[in-house]
Design a protein around this ligand. Structure first.
Ligand SMILES: C[S@@+](CC[C@H](N)C(=O)[O-])C[C@H]1O[C@@H](n2cnc3c(N)ncnc32)[C@H](O)[C@@H]1O
Length: 558
């Protein structure tokens, strides 16, 4: 494994000379409109539960000199990938027409044949059928599943090229969805260079695998190798399928102790003597749904500690006993949990939780504080890079440190950001929807002897006009929403609140760009005026080899 990891160079992104393709990424107007359009689709998908939030603006751009082009479903096209865009998809143009085509797993510079699978008004999606010449910055992907697994999409792209592309995506979204001028971003130093992740494998502290009844074998492997498609899989979902699972014996993104546990479970769970059946998502029969592995750290010894969580459709501990007996002998396993989820949905959060071995939580430390993590609580999944992210947040907000300031921590999860600020603040008020996370946040405050933090359970998409009565006017607002971004009610609240500074931490640059636009430029059709000035945007790579991008943005009241 060490050799495999070494094949991918680390860090150093700012020292490399940009390749010609990167300069070409001063993209044409047309490609930008597609990226903006992509973000609109994204919102439509993800905001279905928050119907009142308007979709982000799309950029209407006239395409100069583009011949009309009407690809048909099933048509084969030869393409060259220009750059990476939304969800890490390759952005290509049909030669001579400028028509935009998006392709999963096409990487910059790659020439390939694609089959049109989906057609929209102004772009199409293709599936790569054959690669003609490889992409620039090709490296050998160390993981055997890299070209099929839905987790990593860009393992075979040089890490420096991955982060350059992420930085460029953020810039384009901020300009075209957020409506900030590229010139301002450059000349006022608003757009900061991306912070790469210097650990590019084994960085995830949490992985969730699914048990399945249908093993997914990629088309190209069906012919090449001997496969036993009837063997039940335990692994990751095939991209786009909720009922097909790619069997995975080892994942290079999770810790070594977690991989040892995964391998041990793979070895024995199909043994007919144990009568363990995978849950069938169609018939709703079967027992084993998911296997969640979380890696923490014993804060006294520094040794990894592992939580193994079996998600099952019913409570039958006697069935799990052979697995528990085996993995409880592993020195790092300190907790074996069973979440029982009787619903037909795919979620791993159980209605009941049982401790089968050891303790119900594991420990982790972040910015000098201790955190107790339960099976279902949110915790930053890359602990190493979270240290760097939180330091950036700390540097960004510049609390005076005299204990006079009030901090509002929105979407606080288990309270990690707020608690790391508490020592410098007068009081921290955290709001979070998940009950268990709020319980954890309170426990974490106690664990660290922090008395000036209050955590409240509540839905920030449903705040009433009296929301501001729950806390004194804050000097600083931290907002860290999940992928759909902030609801319009919350935007409106923040525009009326007029806190001196907002630090917006985002895991989705498209919704982040939309919300920054609202906070800075207002929402004309709601008669809301913007009152913030964007001071900085700092992209951070928390998840190498995946399309995910984190950003820390500082806004100041104008
Ligand atoms: C990206 S996480 C941030 C967590 C935390 N700030 C941290 O750094 O660990 C987003 C959090 O928002 C919470 N959340 C999602 N929707 C919410 C809502 N409508 N109201 C309140 N909290 C919500 C999620 O449960 C999750 O804990």
């Amino acid at each position: 494994m060490a050799a495999a990891a070494a094949a991918v160079p680390s860090g150093g992104v700012h020292l490399l000379y940009p390749r010609p393709w990167f300069r070409n990424l001063r993209s044409t107007a047309r490609s930008l409109s597609v990226i903006a359009e992509s973000s609109r689709i994204h919102h439509a998908e993800e905001l279905s539960s928050t119907a009142e939030t308007p979709e982000p603006p799309t950029t209407t751009i006239t395409v100069k000199n583009a011949a009309p082009y009407y690809p048909k479903r099933g048509q084969m096209v030869e393409l060259v990938c220009e750059s990476l865009a939304y969800k890490g998809k390759g952005l290509c143009k049909v030669d001579g027409t400028g028509f935009i085509v998006m392709c999963d797993r096409a990487l910059p510079g790659e020439k390939f044949i694609g089959r049109v699978t989906r057609k929209k008004d102004n772009y199409a999606e293709v599936k790569k059928v054959k690669s003609i010449s490889p992409h620039w910055d090709l490296v050998e992907a160390p993981c055997e599943y890299a070209s099929h697994c839905g987790g990593c999409k860009t393992q075979d792209l040089l890490y420096e090229a991955q982060v350059r592309s992420k930085e460029q995506q953020v810039r384009e979204l901020i300009v075209h969805v957020g409506k900030f001028s590229n010139k301002d971003l450059e000349y006022h130093g608003i757009m900061k260079p991306i912070v790469p992740c210097d650990i590019q494998f084994h960085y995830r502290n949490k992985m969730e695998f699914s048990f399945g009844t249908k093993r997914w074998v990629p088309e190209e492997l069906l012919q090449q190798e001997f496969h036993e498609p009837n063997i039940y899989p335990l692994g990751l979902h095939a991209p786009g399928f909720f009922d097909k699972v790619l069997n995975v014996n080892k994942c290079l993104l999770q810790s070594d102790p977690a991989n040892k546990v995964l391998a041990a479970i793979q070895d024995i769970w199909r043994n007919p003597e144990f009568s363990l059946s995978p849950y069938d998502v169609h018939s709703h029969l079967g027992f084993l749904k998911h296997l969640m592995l979380r890696t923490g750290r014993n804060v006294d010894t520094g040794q990894p500690e592992l939580m193994v969580n079996f998600v099952t459709s019913s409570y039958q501990p006697e069935l799990l006993k052979p697995l528990v007996d085996k993995i409880s002998t592993f020195p790092n396993v300190v907790s074996i949990m069973n979440n029982v989820n009787t619903s037909v949905g795919n979620t791993s959060v159980g209605e009941q939780e049982h401790t089968l071995f050891g303790k119900p939580t594991i420990m982790e430390s972040l910015r000098g504080l201790k955190f107790q993590i339960s099976a279902n609580s949110f915790f930053q999944t890359n602990t190493h890079q979270a240290e760097i992210l939180y330091k950036l947040i700390e540097d960004c907000y510049c609390l005076k440190g005299d204990g006079s300031e009030i901090v509002l921590d929105l979407f606080c999860g288990t309270g990690t950001i707020g608690l790391t600020l508490a020592k410098k603040a007068k009081h921290v008020y955290g709001f979070e929807i998940v009950d268990q996370a709020v319980t954890d946040a309170r426990r974490n405050a106690n664990l660290n002897g922090i008395c000036n933090a209050t955590f409240v359970q509540g839905d920030l998409n449903k705040i009433g006009d009296n929301f501001g009565e729950y806390f004194p006017k804050p000097d600083l607002v931290i907002t860290d929403p999940n992928r759909p971004g902030m609801h319009m009610k919350l935007i409106k609240f923040l525009l009326n609140l007029k806190a001196a500074r907002i630090v917006y931490v985002s895991c989705n640059p498209a919704t982040c760009a939309r919300d920054l636009d609202y906070l800075c430029h207002g929402v004309p059709d709601k008669n809301m005026e913007g009152c913030y000035k964007l001071k900085s945007i700092q992209p951070v790579d928390m998840f190498p080899h995946t399309p995910h991008i984190e950003c820390v943005c500082l806004l100041e009241l104008q």
